[in-house]
Design a protein around this ligand. Structure first.
Ligand code: SAH
Ligand code: DHB
Ligand code: MG
Length: 225
């Protein structure tokens, strides 16, 4: 009953603010038929990422965790001409689906997907001076969240926004004794963000089509030293 009404209310919201869209619908359909997990951001969250990118005037966006490309398409569509989105994805299968979806959305020249584990790729991204990124979306595995946060700040500028998905693990984050590495990753992530004077952060719990979830919103206050 609860999930039903959350889903129905998301559908109600979508009817106002998130009209159906051929490329995004195709991205969801092809992800599903390829057997990818159904864990992409919700349509309304995708629109929120899009709006945030516009609000910060993002020209250069970094994403960790592409899956089938759904969130990437939402963010890339907020970019001005010449803007770029770099996304890091560890799964070859997910990367293949995502690249096909970027192409179908006409975003081949805007989105660059690099295949590999984010922690292996991020040092290269930094060495290439591919940053600073105006917006960074942390949505890969949760066990490395504290390290992803460190990299995100390093690759930011004053005024960048960092968004992190799914950091409360449906309340499991309260369990200090959890033996789940994802839960422990999220716990250390919160401790690290809270202690970092270079950023100001909050976290909003959400309900909707994905159940009970959250997103963390982090403003970078200083240029990297
Ligand atoms: N951002 C996507 C959802 C990402 S799901 C969307 O909303 O549309 C998480 C993704 O992170 C999966 O595709 C998974 O393969 C990828 N992933 C898991 N571990 C990773 C790692 N170490 N480095 C990069 N990507 C990883
Ligand atoms: C789940 C959801 C996500 O958005 C994600 O990035 C990873 C996992 C989940 O519901 O399991
Ligand atoms: Mg997520």
């Amino acid at each position: 009953m609860t999930q039903e009404i959350w889903t129905a209310t998301d559908e109600y919201i979508n009817r106002f603010f998130v009209p159906s869209d051929a490329a995004l619908d195709a991205a969801l359909a092809s992800s599903a038929s390829a057997g990818l997990p159904n864990i992409q951001v919700s349509p309304a969250q995708g629109k929120m990422l899009h709006i945030l990118a516009r609000l910060v005037g993002a020209r250069n966006i970094l994403e960790l965790g592409a899956l089938g490309g759904y969130s990437g398409i939402w963010m890339a569509r907020a970019l001005p001409p010449g803007g770029k989105l770099l996304t890091l994805e560890a799964s070859e299968k997910h990367a293949e689906v995502a690249n096909a979806n970027y192409a179908r959305a006409g975003l081949n020249d805007v989105i660059e997907l690099r295949l590999g584990k984010a922690l292996d790729l991020l040092p290269q991204v930094a060495a290439e001076r591919r940053g600073p990124f105006d917006m960074i979306f942390l949505d890969a595995n949760k066990s490395d969240m504290p390290e992803y946060f460190d990299w995100a700040v390093k690759l930011s500028r004053r005024g960048s926004v960092i968004v992190a998905d799914n950091s409360i693990s449906r309340g499991r984050v309260l369990d200090a004794n959890s033996d789940d590495p994802d839960v422990q990753g999220c716990r250390r992530f919160h401790e690290r963000v809270a202690a970092d004077k270079r950023v100001s952060a909050t976290e909003i719990q959400t309900v909707g089509v994905k159940g009970w979830d959250s997103f963390t919103l982090i403003a970078v206050l200083t240029d990297p030293s």
